[in-house]
Ligand binder design. Structure first.
Ligand SMILES: [Fe+2]
Length: 450
C-alpha cells in the first residue's frame, strides 16, 4: 500500500446527538440544538457541518411555519370562501410560531423516553415533516396556478370566484399528495427491504476472488424500532443469498442495551462460508461497545474487527478483511482521518487485495490515499428521505459527500449502504432499506491475475 500519506489532524470529536435525538439531518433536523459543539476550526469559505445543520434546522422551522400558515389559508378559503385578513395572518403566524417552538423544546428531550412521551414526541416530529413537505407542495401548486391565471387573463376573463375555486382544488391536491406521501413513507416506505446487486472493481483481482459472494448489511439499529423478532426475516433473506462472506458495517444496535442479548442471538443465525465480520458504529458505542462485543462473542460466531485485520484463504488466493472501529464521536465529521487506519495500511501486505469495513464514509479519502482497494460503509442511511432522480439528493448530504451507493477515488472504490434499519424516525421515502449483494470484479483496463 502507499505509505506516503501523512495524517493532518487527529480524529475530531463532536458531540454526537444527531441520530439519538433527531434521527436524520433532514429538513426537520432539529436535533442540532441538542448540545453539539464543533471544536474544529474552519476557514472563512468552509462552513462546519454543525453550522450547516444549524442553518438547515432554522430554515426547516421557518419553512414549517410557512407551510402550516399556507394550510390555514387553504382551510380558510375552503370553509369561509375567503382567505385570511392581514391581522388574522399576523395572529396565526405568531400562534403557529410559538406552538412549534414550544413543541420543539418539549419533544427534543423526549425522543428517547418511553411510552406516551415517546409516541407524542415522535408523532409531532412526523407530523411536522409531513406538514413541511405538504407546505412546499402547496406553495409550488399555487405559484403554478398564479402563472396559469396571469397567462389566461391575457385572453379570457377570470373571475375572483374561479381563482378561489382553483386555489382550493390545487391546494387540496397538494395536501393530499403531501400527507399521502408522508403516510406512505411512515408505513410501507420505511418497511421495504431491497437487495441491491453491486459490482465493485478491484485492480489486478485474482480470478478466484471474482467468484466471491459478499453480502453487506449496515445500520440495523436493533432496538425499539427493530426488535429482534422483526430482524428474523431479514436474517433469513441474507442467508438465502448463500454468502461466502457477510460483512456488517456498524450501528448494529440503536441505543438500548436491553436489546443486545436477544439481538446478538438472532444475528448468530447469519451464515457464510468464510465467516461473518463486523465493525462497530457510533450507535454501538452509545449502546455500550464492550457489552455489544462481549455479547456478539458469546451468542454468535461473528468476528468483530476492532482496528484489526484478517487474512482469508479463498480458493488458494488471499483476501484481507480489515475493520476500523468507530469511536462514537463526531457524527457530522467529514474527511476524517485515523492513525489506526494508517497502522492497518502499514501492517497489511501491499500485494493483498483488502476490503475495509468502516462505519462512516468520512474515512474514504484517507482509505484511498492509503491504498485500500474497497471500503464498505454505512452511517448515512441514504438520508432516509430522497428526491426522485439519479442523484438521490437527500438530507444526509449535510454531513457527508458520500451519502449512498458507489464512489471511486484513486484505485479505491467506496460503497455506502443505505442501512437495514431506521434511526430516530421510522420514515423512509425513495430510500428503501438495503441488503447489498456484492461481487468483486476486475477493474477495467487492469489485468486479472490467474
Ligand atoms: Fe446508523
Amino acid at each position: 500500500m502507499d505509505r506516503g500519506c501523512s495524517l493532518g489532524s487527529p480524529i475530531v470529536g463532536l458531540d454526537s446527538r444527531y441520530l439519538l435525538a433527531g434521527g436524520w439531518a433532514g429538513p426537520c433536523g432539529w436535533a442540532l440544538r441538542a448540545g453539539m459543539s464543533d471544536p474544529r476550526s474552519f476557514s472563512a469559505h468552509e462552513r462546519s457541518p454543525v453550522k450547516s445543520i444549524q442553518l438547515a434546522t432554522r430554515l426547516a422551522l421557518l419553512l414549517l411555519i410557512g407551510g402550516e400558515l399556507l394550510m390555514v389559508q387553504w382551510a380558510s378559503l375552503a370553509s369561509r370562501g375567503s382567505g385570511l385578513t392581514v391581522s388574522e395572518g399576523v395572529v396565526f403566524a405568531g400562534l403557529v410560531g410559538v406552538l412549534n417552538l414550544v413543541a420543539f423544546s418539549l419533544a427534543r428531550p423526549r425522543i428517547r423516553a418511553q411510552g406516551l412521551a415517546l409516541v407524542l414526541a415522535r408523532g409531532w416530529i412526523l407530523g411536522s415533516v409531513a406538514a413541511l413537505f405538504t407546505g412546499l407542495g402547496l406553495a409550488l401548486a399555487w405559484v403554478m396556478l398564479g402563472v396559469l391565471v396571469v397567462v389566461a387573463r391575457s385572453g379570457v376573463e377570470v373571475s375572483p370566484e374561479q381563482i378561489r375555486v382553483g386555489l382550493v382544488v390545487t391546494g387540496g391536491l397538494a395536501l393530499l399528495m403531501g400527507f399521502g406521501a408522508s403516510l406512505w413513507g411512515f408505513t410501507w416506505g420505511q418497511r421495504r427491504v431491497r437487495i441491491d446487486r453491486v459490482d465493485l472493481p478491484v485492480t489486478g483481482l485474482p480470478v478466484a476472488l471474482s467468484d466471491l459472494n459478499l453480502v453487506q448489511i449496515s445500520d440495523l439499529h436493533i432496538g425499539p424500532l427493530l426488535p429482534p423478532e422483526e430482524l428474523r426475516g431479514m436474517v433469513d433473506r441474507v442467508n438465502a443469498l448463500g454468502a461466502d462472506l457477510v460483512l456488517i458495517t456498524g450501528d448494529v444496535f440503536d441505543f438500548d442495551p436491553a436489546y443486545v442479548e436477544a439481538g446478538c442471538r438472532e444475528l448468530g443465525r447469519l451464515s457464510a462460508t468464510h465467516g461473518v465480520f463486523a465493525v462497530l458504529g457510533n450507535h454501538d458505542v452509545y449502546t455500550g461497545a464492550e457489552q455489544v462485543v462481549a455479547s456478539l462473542r458469546a451468542n454468535s460466531a461473528i468476528r468483530v474487527l476492532r482496528d484489526e485485520w484478517e487474512r482469508l484463504d479463498v480458493g488458494g488466493e488471499s483476501l484481507c478483511i480489515a475493520g476500523l472501529e468507530d469511536r462514537g464521536v463526531g457524527w457530522t465529521e467529514r474527511d476524517s482521518e485515523s492513525t489506526e487506519l494508517e497502522r492497518l495500511a502499514q501492517e497489511i501486505p501491499e500485494s493483498l487485495p483488502t476490503v475495509l469495513l468502516v462505519h462512516r464514509p468520512a474515512f474514504f479519502a484517507q482509505a484511498a490515499a492509503l491504498g485500500f482497494d474497497v471500503a464498505l460503509t454505512g452511517h448515512t442511511h441514504g438520508g432516509q428521505l430522497s428526491l426522485p432522480g439519479l442523484k438521490h439528493h437527500n438530507p444526509s448530504r449535510l454531513v457527508s459527500r458520500w451519502t449512498r451507493g458507489r464512489f471511486e477515488q484513486g484505485g479505491c472504490v467506496l460503497y455506502v449502504n443505505r442501512g437495514l434499519g431506521v434511526a430516530g424516525l421510522p420514515l423512509r421515502f425513495n430510500c428503501p432499506r438495503e441488503i447489498s449483494w456484492i461481487r468483486l470484479v476486475p477493474r477495467e483496463g487492469s489485468e486479472a491475475l490467474p
